[in-house]
Design a protein around this ligand. Sequence first.
Ligand SMILES: [Cu+2]
Length: 237
Amino acid sequence: MGLESWLPKAASSFAGDVDWLLGFITWIVGIWFLAAEGILIFFVLRYRRRPGVRAAYVPARRLRAMAFVLVPCAAILGFDLVIDAVAAPIWHRIKETLPPAQETIRITGEQWAWRFRLPGPDGRLDTADDIEVVNELHLPVDAVVQFELTAKDVIHSFWMPEMRLKQDAVPGRTIRGWFQPTRVGHYEMDCAQICGLGHTMMKASVVVESREAYESWVREKAGSAQVTSREEGPESR
Ligand SMILES: [Cu+2]
């Protein structure tokens, strides 16, 4: 709705819906904001102080006078309900449904880093070849990514503006959600909840790439993990 050039690049399957909704709300609120300010300025000028004219106190006792308050109230409620009705199916699709995962990742926010656990080459989490990376995440383009989000110490918030996704990470809770990156590229993932001294430094880089490039990154990471565990030896495990 004309907002695209003001927003970060849209890079997930539901980004278009979120932007559309944002535009819809901005237009409704914007038009009424301009109308209300216009009427205010008009009244300020039209009924400005004049010599010999005293201001009158007009209590709103009659329905006709009350209408000045009640009609705008009803209009606000009406537009609110329209926005709710339009937003509900989008919210339901993004936040209340979990489409089948093609990738499942575990994300942990901590002071002050993002920790990711991904399935290794076997494609399953919680097996010996899992990958652990910090502040660096790769994802295959067009895959439905399910995440299990938690926090280690305080509340953080997982925010990827280009994916139009933000979700609080709460210690002691695992919050599941999903997104589907649709554009190859480098993106930033920030913490959107003030979480202490290092909050502004708490960001991860996310690389969305082809399936082949992603799989070779997974193999590389899994390979280096095996090397370190071999170096550590069996007694340290
Ligand atoms: Cu944080």
